[in-house]
Ligand binder design. Structure first.
Ligand code: LER
Ligand code: MN
Length: 292
């Protein structure tokens, strides 16, 4: 996962302090019902606004890996000196009902193939792949759910092994109870990391979900320590940081205490609009980290 340098094609690199996190923002190349993304369907505008707002990295939320035009993507990365931090995969669940918890017909096979394509794409950009919302929801009796969990973990493990071969980090993201019943807490995430037992699988914590689920956001970040591979910043209402009541100063202190040097990615609603939200997030992050 590229954390301290920008995309290394011919684009000019903007130097920034490798000891502190770099900033990313989550965008989608296509319009999507998944709400906390900016400039959905307008990638060029998103890249320009991200660079102008002080971001170094873009997280791409993709349905399928072929949704991006590689030539266009490389051109944009070079033009704005940005890198791809991660590929998010939850749209497969939201838009196609493909999830790791779904044991219907050939869903597991199709989803594993799809995630492998995301991993291949990520490898080209030194990016990570997120397994978050795409875990889906378990259904039925307790024993049926245990069975679903076993199958899901096998599929995730298969993706993790493939990712390891390609040098790609897989990020497991705990998500709030209203979206999934398969890993809500950081602690549930640690358990899955232990079960999969691949060092290339890390945790992604999202302050929006943590605000709903965790007893103590800072304590959970500290407990994650070097298992934390990535973090999503959104305020309590999923607006840009600073527009809700999450205490990001405390979050930053917790990240500093574990020497977090990864990417902090704003995954936020376009409220009041895309441009205002990205500017708010960029300004807030730069102020929080005292960066010009
Ligand atoms: C994805 O990063 C996320 O935070 C979830 O809300 C997706 O369902
Ligand atoms: Mn998230």
């Amino acid at each position: 996962l590229r954390t301290s340098t920008n995309h290394n094609n011919s684009g000019e690199k903007k130097p920034f302090d490798p000891r502190i996190p770099s900033f990313g923002v989550a965008l989608s190349p296509k319009p999507t019902p998944f709400a906390p993304l900016l400039f959905s369907g307008r990638l060029p505008q998103g890249f320009q606004a991200a660079a102008e707002a002080g971001f170094q990295a873009i997280e791409l939320s993709l349905r399928t890996a072929d949704e991006v035009n590689l030539e266009e993507l490389n051109t944009l990365l070079d033009l704005y000196g940005l890198s791809i931090s991660a590929i998010a995969t939850g749209r497969s669940y939201i838009e196609d009902n493909l999830s790791f918890a779904n044991l219907e017909a050939d869903v597991q096979d199709r989803l594993v193939l799809r995630i492998k394509e995301h991993i291949r794409l990520a490898a080209q950009f030194d990016a990570a792949v997120i397994i978050g919302g795409v875990r889906g929801r378990f259904h039925g009796t307790a024993s049926e759910q245990i069975h679903q969990r076993d199958i899901a973990i096998n599929s995730i493990r298969e993706c993790a092994k493939f990712a390891k071969e390609l040098g790609v980090t897989i990020l497991i993201e705990p998500i709030n109870r209203y979206e999934t019943n398969f890993i809500n807490l950081a602690g549930d995430g640690f358990r899955l990391l232990d079960e999969i037992s691949e060092p290339s699988v890390k945790l992604l914590l999202d302050t929006f979900h943590m605000n709903i689920e965790e007893v103590n956001i800072s304590a959970s970040i500290q407990l994650a320590g070097n298992r934390l591979g990535y973090i999503h910043f959104a305020d309590s209402n999923r607006f840009a940081p600073g527009l809700g009541h999450t205490d990001f100063v405390q979050v930053m202190h917790a990240l500093n205490s574990i020497h977090y040097q990864g990417v902090i990615t704003a995954e936020i609603l376009p409220v009041p609009d895309d441009l205002a939200a990205i500017r708010q997030a960029g300004t807030y992050l730069k102020t929080l980290y005292s960066r010009p």
